[in-house]
Design a protein around this ligand. Sequence first.
Ligand code: XMP
Length: 321
Amino acid sequence: MKAVEITAKDLRPEDFIKEKVKDISQAVGQGLAINALSGGVDSSAVTMLGHKALGDRLKTYFINNGIMRQGEPEEIVSIFKRLGVPVEVIDAQDNFFSALKGVTDPEKKREAITQTFYKDVFAELVKKSGAKYLLQGTILTDVDETVAGIKRQHNVFMQLGIDPQAAFGYKIIEPLVELRKDGVRKVAAALGMPEKIYNRMPFPGPALAARVIGEATPERIKVARLATMIVEEELSASRAFQYMAILHQDRVTGMRDGKRDFGLQIEIRSWDSTDARKAQPTRLPYEILDKLASRIVGEVPGVVSVTYNITQKPPSTIEAV
Ligand code: XMP
């Protein structure tokens, strides 16, 4: 069953919100629902729609999986507190790192994160809360790329013939599945969220694990997190659609203090795009590239090489894993 697309141009955000609030209320009835907020525009929009529909019968969690960016859990919880939405942080770092241990294949990494999220962490939360429904922010692009076999997005089940009720013990409601990213941004703005949220750069469900090629250990995630922080600081004024740092698996010979240093490689990507289906590398000024390289080799221990990706999507994809 494939959702019919509502393009950003055809979307009437106020009508869409009214309709989805009604759908969620009807589906959940007098029961309870839960959802995971990551702070991305999709899960943020779903959180607000769900709270409009269900009030305190929706319990919102931020799952600290250990693979988020610097300061992310605290920042998101405080933004939603200001919006009147209580969010509970669940520390699940050990669950995710044990599931990722020794896993290097990209699709197996994605699958390990999916299983940990839905079967381990969420099934437990559903049991504890008594909820029957999980609200989540799957969008049409997630479905398209998963069904096409390009990348297994962490949040796609029904469209692959997987029944979440049978697999995990709860039903999933996807209010945004007819939209793409640009449509979700319009809905999020109409829901009264701050620009910081509705214009927030996309960030993948598998988080920094999608930006570490090979095993995502706590140490390697830390390298990607530091490099990401620098790239985000330096490119925040660029107006690019999405930018990131990727830690490669291969090492290369470099030199430090006059000695050979067989060190780490970071790849920077910055994309211009409207809906993530196609993307072009941002034509960044050379001075910015220069600054990125010197900050990353200077501030991220072990890095001796920084490159910039100049490939289009397709055939590249936006994330490296
Ligand atoms: P790719 O790498 O497939 O990414 O070109 C397209 C867009 O989707 C984001 N992305 C994800 N989003 N779950 C998500 O919610 C995922 O598993 C996932 N993988 C990639 C990516 O950041 C880009 O914006």
